[in-house]
Write a protein that binds this ligand. Structure first.
Ligand SMILES: Nc1ncnc2c1ncn2[C@@H]1O[C@H](COP(=O)(O)OP(=O)(O)O)[C@@H](O)[C@H]1O
Ligand SMILES: [Mg+2]
Length: 225
């Protein structure tokens, strides 16, 4: 039996372009994400994919609708509860790695753990383990500027994994990578799914990554098909 880890029901979201001009972006999006699988969201630029991902991961609020993660309705949680949920259950990978330029790879992974109360030495040890998992043990002491784009993105994946999340949200994670590095990242996602049972929800235009998906959602005209 496949278990649903994330469920969205009838999500609406609009933005005001000007005081009078309202943009209706999400017009009743519903979807179910199966635990331990790779789910993909495709759709044209401006379709609202990033907006949806932000709402599903508790980074933004919907105007209406319901989001359930692990059976918990996150649509009406306090900011404090949401941020603790994000720290514990959710990992993010964005198109741009957002690594801190002044710090080496291991520190970039350890710092969020330390912010969550982990002692420095333990956090750095965990960072080393995670770098090994993403195949970058030998890059632990390099700053982001000394890493290739693909390596930077794999450090970002290691950072996303630091808190043992149930689900990783990735927004066009290969959007900035060449095909060889994209393929490495795809293999890593599949390996993490198979080894650790991590669930992925990935927005992508990359046909190869779409092919790896266990499930593909298409966003069009404000809904999911
Ligand atoms: N904070 C915001 N304020 C106003 N408009 C926004 C905001 N965020 C996104 N939009 C608009 O919503 C639409 C969908 O954006 P987005 O979710 O980023 O699309 P996608 O990720 O599919 O390219 C776009 O027209 C964008 O300009
Ligand atoms: Mg986007």
């Amino acid at each position: 039996m496949s278990e649903i880890i994330l469920e969205a029901k009838d999500i609406f979201k609009s933005f005001y372009k000007t005081k009078e001009q309202k943009l209706n972006i999400l017009k009743g999006v519903s979807l179910q994400v199966v635990r331990g699988k790779i789910s993909i969201i495709v759709g044209a630029s401006g379709a609202g994919k990033s907006t949806l991902l932000h709402i599903l991961s508790g980074l933004d609020n919907a105007d209406s609708g319901e989001v359930k993660l692990n059976g918990t309705d996150i649509s009406n949680l306090s900011d404090e509860k949401l941020s603790s949920l994000r720290n514990q259950k959710i990992g993010f990978v964005f198109q741009f790695h957002h690594l801190l330029p002044e710090f080496v790879a291991a520190e970039n992974i350890a710092i969020p753990l330390m912010i969550n109360g982990e002692p420095k030495q333990k956090a750095l040890q965990r960072a080393e383990e995670l770098l090994e998992l993403v195949g970058l043990s030998d890059r632990a002491n390099h700053k982001p500027s000394e890493l290739s784009g693909g390596e930077q993105q794999r450090v970002a994946v290691a950072r996303a994994l630091a808190n043992n999340p149930d689900i990783i949200f990735a927004d066009e994670p290969t959007g900035n990578l060449d095909s060889a590095n994209s393929e490495l990242l795809h293999k890593l996602f599949v390996e993490l799914k198979e080894k650790l049972g991590i669930t992925f929800l990935v927005v992508t235009h990359n046909p190869q990554l779409v092919n790896l998906g266990d499930k593909v959602f298409e966003m069009k005209d404000g809904v999911i098909h």
